[in-house]
Design a protein around this ligand. Structure first.
Ligand code: ARG
Length: 460
């Protein structure tokens, strides 16, 4: 024996640095609470089924409760020589209650144990992820409600396309976040499954009661196949994938904030509390938080890529490679939640330069579609209208005149269909207001969507 919990068939020791390479305790101690929770449920099940004597189970359970208290009071010291959280806790338990602690691992393996821990860990955190996304949605809808008539240039290819309502822009992100929430809710479904009792891979000869541990751990249901139970990490991949998609959303939004806070755009100003200065340039106000959230998307994508790669060639069932599943998840949780929270604060305190936004739509030909639509609505084929307006734009660019500055007589020559009401239709305000198709940027549509969103968020 080599002194390890599993050391019976070993005669030689590995060097400490090799043990360290194989150990996961430096990071899996993050799941210490979940590991204790899982062990307590397992011990209760062993007790109820009579697999171990009632008094022994009682000692084990009391010892585990004791460790829970020590953990809360920060009195526990983990050791790399004990490899992982499971064997650290078993060793601590043995020190507390003696060899009877060894009965805890009856009808269990570290393979179903670690899977249980990870399921519990994620199950415990997903509601918080969803709650912070919800708070961000609230911030967006409040801002949107105050900015229904705030007009900004809408872009495609980052070129001025058509004027839109700033609230409409904000609500686009509200919708993305709604899908994020739905994805995380679905993720809960696949996380809320109990693998405990799968044992190493094949189930166990003991008359265990898996439904009982499922109830005790408050899992929604249990795995039906023991091989799947210990080798499934889909729920983690789903989490990393959902987190990546969410970070894509935040990152795109951050990019716009960063761009729009620049001197050239000047549409937005971040609150001082979400900005930083320069150590050399006294005038600087940098959107560091927005940049950092955009930057942190990279590490979350990395964790997804990393686990996909780890999992893709693994034969069933457990392989030690799977120990690599944890750090990425922990780091993603620790990146995602603060990113969303900081982003929310940034939005709540964001100043919107309505004049700048509006001004950007006033000399830019982003009303060219209105002009073409105007002619088309009077019976001219849209293609022909498009051509005519295109020529006017070209001339306007050359003579530095906007469409609304072209004298009426000139317009009349171009087409007798044009009346004086064209000038009103060419204003940005009308251009936005009249896009009243369902889901469009028209003020009425946007107002409706703000109301619907506010209702969904219980803001009314
Ligand atoms: N520390 C391991 C992990 O994180 C626990 C499971 C180990 N099981 C085993 N048979 N080596 O995956």
């Amino acid at each position: 024996a080599n002194g390890k919990l599993w050391g019976g068939r070993f005669s030689n020791q590995s060097a400490a640095w090799i043990d360290e390479f194989g150990a996961s305790i430096t990071f899996d101690q993050e799941m210490a609470h979940e590991d204790l929770e899982g062990s307590i449920a397992h011990a209760q099940m062993l007790q109820k089924t009579g697999i171990i004597p009632v008094e022994d189970a009682a000692k084990i359970i009391a010892g585990l409760h004791d460790i829970q208290t020590d953990l809360h009071e920060n009195k526990i010291e983990f050791k790399a020589s004990l490899e992982d959280i499971h064997m650290n806790i078993e060793t601590i338990l043995t020190k507390k209650i003696g060899p009877v602690a060894g009965k805890l691992h009856t009808a269990r393996s570290r393979n179903d144990q670690v899977a249980t821990d990870l399921h519990l860990y994620l199950k415990n955190r997903l509601p918080e992820v969803i709650a912070v996304i919800h708070d961000l949605q609230v911030a967006l809808v409040k801002k949107a409600s105050a900015n229904i008539e705030t007009i900004m240039p809408g872009y495609t290819h980052l070129q001025h396309a058509q004027p839109i309502s700033y609230a409409h822009y904000l609500l686009a992100y509200y919708e993305m976040l709604q899908r994020d929430i739905e994805r995380f809710n679905f993720n809960i479904k696949h996380t809320d499954i109990n693998p405990l009792g799968a044992a190493a891979l094949a189930g166990t000869t003991f008359p265990i009661d898996r439904t009982y541990t499922t109830d005790l751990l408050n899992f929604d249901t249990l795995y039906s196949n023991s091989l799947d139970a210990v080798s499934d990490r889909d729920f983690v991949l789903e989490f990393l994938s959902n987190a990546s998609i969410l970070m894509v959303h935040l990152s795109r939004f951050c990019e716009e904030i960063i761009l729009w806070c620049s001197y050239e755009f000047g549409y937005l100003e971040l609150d001082d509390s979400y900005s930083t200065g320069s150590s050399i340039m006294p005038q600087k106000k940098n959107p560091d938080m927005a940049e950092l959230i955009r930057g942190k998307s990279g590490r979350v994508f990395g964790h997804l890529q990393s686990l996909l790669t780890t999992m893709k060639g693994l034969p069933l069932a457990y392989n030690k490679d799977m120990q690599e599943d944890k750090e990425g998840v922990f780091d993603t949780v620790k990146t995602l939640i603060p990113s969303i929270k900081i982003f929310t604060g940034m939005i709540e305190t964001l100043k919107i330069r309505q004049d700048k936004m509006l001004h950007a739509t006033e000399r830019d030909f982003s009303n060219a579609t209105e002009f073409a639509d105007y002619l088309a609505s009077k019976g001219m084929p849209f293609r022909q209208a498009h051509g005519i307006v295109g020529e006017l734009v070209l001339e306007g660019i050359e003579t530095n005149k906007t469409l609304q500055e072209i004298p009426f007589e000139k317009l009349k020559q171009i087409s007798p269909l044009i009346e004086r009401d064209i000038y009103d239709k060419l204003t940005s305000k009308q251009a936005v207001a009249r896009r009243n198709s369902f889901g469009g940027t028209g003020f009425e549509q946007v107002k409706k969507q703000v109301t619907l969103a506010a209702e969904k968020l219980n803001l009314t």
